[in-house]
Design a protein around this ligand. Structure first.
Ligand SMILES: [Zn+2]
Length: 341
């Protein structure tokens, strides 16, 4: 659901449904501040069985997403697939977990990106950003206020884009992800980014549930008359931790393993979004909002154990730059060009 500015005048059934979903999404985010979190979670859980039933054929695996983009040349050094770790930090609790998560990933030879909310519910310490950079991890920008209203109007977005660009520059960041995976890909040309990662191949549990239907990066070209080279879109392709362990209360990482195996088999990009906010690092069991850190260890150990030497683990930024450069070199139109609709 990237851009409904392009909707035809008579939208037809699909357009009307998308319009209704937009309305519902807006209404939800206006009411959200007044609804206690455990209540909204309980409501989402009530809807789960029906959603799972309806999405059986397309979640967690949407077979159509394995189709390789035209001109696809494969990953660098002949690697079978790419594995990219990203993290959205949602709260002070998440900020506190960053160093622990880095330690855990580093010990296993992985690097990752941490996306921080510039003007949200916490301060992002400059010292933490610098520490991540020194370690050659990545810092990205996650939304602006993280209130669900980023795309409410085009004018409002343009104003916010100025602030986001300021943070991108100050943080030396080149990646962006919207809060709640809301998206208007056509508007993101206003951002000074190399890549965006607000989409997913398949995730019917998000407020805007339309997927990109691909496990490969793709280029989002600017519309006619808009300056710039566009940007690279990286969809997350493993379900989010919050969906599996907080919403669905799963007690193992079997879904991650199954999806990872499938992405590896099809030579795609396995990209995951893990929130340090929901990880119980202490082992004390801090209630239903958190899951044991062992789940993360289990995933990373599985990737290393099953696929050592077979995958590429770049920072999201490095993958995007690689894709952009090789697309520029090899193809016109660029390989992987597509739009989400
Ligand atoms: Zn978020």
């Amino acid at each position: 659901m990237s851009d409904h500015a392009e909707q035809p005048e008579s939208p037809g059934k699909e357009g009307m449904m998308a319009g209704a979903r937009h309305f519902a999404t807006r209404a939800y985010f206006h009411l959200k501040p007044y609804i206690p979190r455990n209540v909204s979670r309980a409501v989402r859980r009530l809807a789960l069985p029906g959603l799972l039933r309806r999405s059986k054929a397309t979640w967690p695996i949407d077979e159509s997403a394995a189709c390789k983009p035209e001109g696809w040349q494969g990953w660098p050094d002949g690697k079978q697939f790419a594995f990219v770790l990203t993290h959205d930090v949602e709260s002070n609790r998440g900020v506190d977990g960053v160093r622990k998560l880095v330690a855990l990933e580093e010990a296993r030879g992985f690097r990752s990106s941490f996306n921080f909310i510039p003007e949200g519910p916490y301060e992002t310490p400059a010292s933490l950003r610098e520490w991540l950079e020194e370690k050659q991890f990545e810092v990205g920008v996650h939304d602006l206020y993280h209130d669900g209203h980023l795309y409410e109007s085009r004018e409002g977005f343009s104003r916010k884009a100025e602030s986001i660009n300021r943070y991108l520059k100050e943080w030396n960041a080149s990646g962006f992800r919207s809060g709640f995976m809301l998206r208007r890909l056509e508007w993101l040309h206003e951002l000074d980014i190399v890549y965006d990662t607000s989409t997913f191949d398949t995730d019917p549990f998000e407020p805007e549930p339309d997927g990109s239907h691909t496990i490969f990066p793709y280029h989002v070209a600017p519309p006619a008359g808009v300056a710039g080279d566009g940007y690279v879109e990286l969809s997350y392709t493993l379900p989010q931790d919050s969906t599996l362990f907080v919403l669905m209360r799963k007690k193992s990482v079997d879904v991650w393993k199954r999806k990872l195996d499938w992405v590896a088999e099809n030579g795609g990009l396995a990209l995951v979004n893990i929130h340090p906010d929901y990880i119980d690092f202490s082992g004390e069991g801090i209630g239903s909002c958190c899951y044991p850190v062992e789940y993360i260890e289990d995933l990373l150990d599985y990737v290393m154990g099953e696929y050592k030497g077979m995958f590429w683990n770049p920072l999201a930024r490095d993958l995007a730059v690689w894709f952009r450069d090789q697309s520029l070199e090899t193809n016109s139109p660029r390989s992987g060009d597509r739009r989400v609709s």
